[in-house]
Write a protein that binds this ligand. Structure first.
Ligand code: F0G
Length: 482
């Protein structure tokens, strides 16, 4: 999206695409939204889509496809082995990233599984700028431990640091010294770092990490699931790259890494994933795991139609007008809410707008899950489904103790090319109303707590009766409005 200044002098996001297929939405009255939230055990993952107005849970697998992607899907070459579709995707990945080998997987966490099975041994340390839930679950399931070396500024919620996803290189050197390079499975850099509000790292930082890893003989792995946002931020925030084409930035990032894996539910506007590398040794080490866990080497669990869509989607990811759309909508949400006094994570990142639930609900103790409580309250107030990204998304230690998250966030994800600006403005309005009434919102407690990845399917209930007070205030303020 180009930056267009209005006659008023203000700048608003402007979509460089038009809508050609639509899906009808419903906005239920608040009493029915409350009923739906109760049925979902105050966990937005358990809501039924028919009860949701704007689905801002995630941008995973729900980005809108283009006409070119839909057209390409018709050309899919169905074959168990050796399909031309696979070759097209393989060649596109090689063209963009310069890596010669591609191991397909059905989604991002499947690629994580293969990389962890291949390289994490019991007692190993897996290093990262910041963990992602599914990756950490794989590392720990295999007896490894995760060490996060995010620079400490990365956890400051309010900041003007353009690259809060950076890894602390002196700390990496110290860790290598302490545990020994042979005990480090690999170093993983996550582009557009998900759990800290979609914050990017600079290419300068990636290069430094790369030099340190390679001097010690450690593999550098890039999680490129949220690469599109990170590319946009390098282009707009890193002075050396302001006139560099996106393709050049992508290639320079790839050149710094030994292995790249991705979820194509995010990167490429499709559904799938995989691992790429130019190292024949790595390819051979991991190759056997693909037919065992995913599918034959030329589909890896993906449908051929999705592979065609990803090939075109990757091309579209190299188009600045396309990858600007998410970050510009997100910046609009963050800046408008921030100006209204709502505590937001700044600077705006990729993936979605992130509300600082710890500050928003500063009267709710962290042990009562303020992020989950706020995500439920936002749904009740608006029909907008966001996602808890806080203590609930952590897992308990083996001894049962509960680590409190570094940040308590609610993310309002912005799937690419899906919402209009008026829908986004509605979400902004209802979050503002909730902020004005935040004292009404209380905490949550467990009704049913699963042991593994509890945030996906655990059930909770309100502490007290705050949900009914919220509905009563909504009716008093808005009358019979939806
Ligand atoms: N890495 C990152 C950075 C992710 O954000 C995700 C998924 C994965 C790996 C796993 O990929 O879902 O295809 O298996 N993030 C989704 C989200 C779930 O909603 O943020 P996957």
């Amino acid at each position: 999206m180009p930056k267009v200044t209005y006659f008023s002098g203000e700048t608003f996001p402007l979509e460089m695409h038009k809508v050609r297929i639509i899906q009808k939405l419903t906005l239920l009255p608040i009493e029915e939204r409350l009923r739906a939230m109760e049925e979902a055990g105050y966990n937005t993952f358990l809501l039924q889509n028919k009860d949701v107005f704007l689905d801002m849970l995630t941008d995973s697998g729900v980005n809108a496809m283009s006409d070119r992607q839909q057209a390409a899907m018709l050309l899919a070459d169905d074959a168990y082995a050796g399909s031309a579709t696979f070759t097209r995707l393989h060649d596109k990945l090689t063209e963009i990233f310069g890596k010669t080998y591609f191991l397909p997987a059905h989604q991002g966490r499947a690629a994580e599984h293969i990389l962890c099975r291949g390289y994490v041994k019991p007692g190993d340390t897996a290093v990262t700028n910041y963990h992602f839930t599914t990756w950490k679950a794989h590392v720990t399931a295999l007896g490894g431990s995760v060490v996060e070396l995010l620079k400490k500024e990365g956890l400051e919620t309010v900041s003007d640091n353009p690259f809060k996803g950076e890894l602390d290189v002196p700390a990496l050197n110290a860790l290598i010294e302490k545990v020994g390079a042979d005990k480090i499975s690999y170093v993983r850099m996550e582009a557009g770092t998900n759990l800290i509000a979609g914050q990017p790292f600079s290419l300068a930082n990636l290069r430094e990490v790369s030099a340190t890893c390679h001097a010690a003989g450690i593999k550098l792995v890039l999680d490129a699931s949220l690469l599109a946002d990170n590319l946009h931020f390098i282009k707009t925030r890193e002075p050396e790259y302001q006139s560099a084409p996106i393709r050049q930035i992508a290639r320079e990032m790839a050149d710094a890494c030994d292995i790249i894996y991705f979820s194509a539910r995010k990167l490429g506007f499709g559904r799938g994933g995989g691992i790429i590398t130019s190292d024949e040794g790595i390819y051979r080490e991991l190759r056997g795991l693909v037919p065992m866990y995913e599918g034959f080497l030329t589909y890896g669990g993906m449908s051929v139609r999705e592979m065609e869509a990803i090939t075109v989607g990757l091309d579209e990811t190299m188009d600045e007008d396309m990858i600007n759309q998410g970050p510009q909508f997100i910046a609009h949400i963050v800046k408008t809410l921030d100006a209204a006094g709502v505590p937001m994570v700044t600077p705006p990142g990729g993936l979605g707008a992130h509300v600082n639930a710890m500050a928003f609900l500063d009267h709710v103790p962290q042990t009562q899950y303020p992020s989950a409580a706020l995500a439920s309250a936002i749904f009740i107030a608006s029909g907008v489904r966001g996602m808890e990204r806080g203590t609930l998304s952590e897992q308990r230690e083996p001894d049962g103790t509960e680590p409190l998250a570094d940040m308590e966030l609610v993310r309002l994800a912005v799937p690419r090319r899906v919402f209009t600006l008026s829908q986004v403005n509605y979400a902004i309005d209802r979050v503002m109303w909730l902020h004005a009434n935040r004292h009404l919102v209380g905490g949550l407690e467990w009704e049913e707590e699963p042991e593994l990845l509890r945030f996906f399917y655990g059930r909770l209930r309100p502490v007290g009766d705050w949900q009914h007070q919220l509905v009563a205030k909504f009716r008093a303020d808005f009358g019979d409005s939806l």
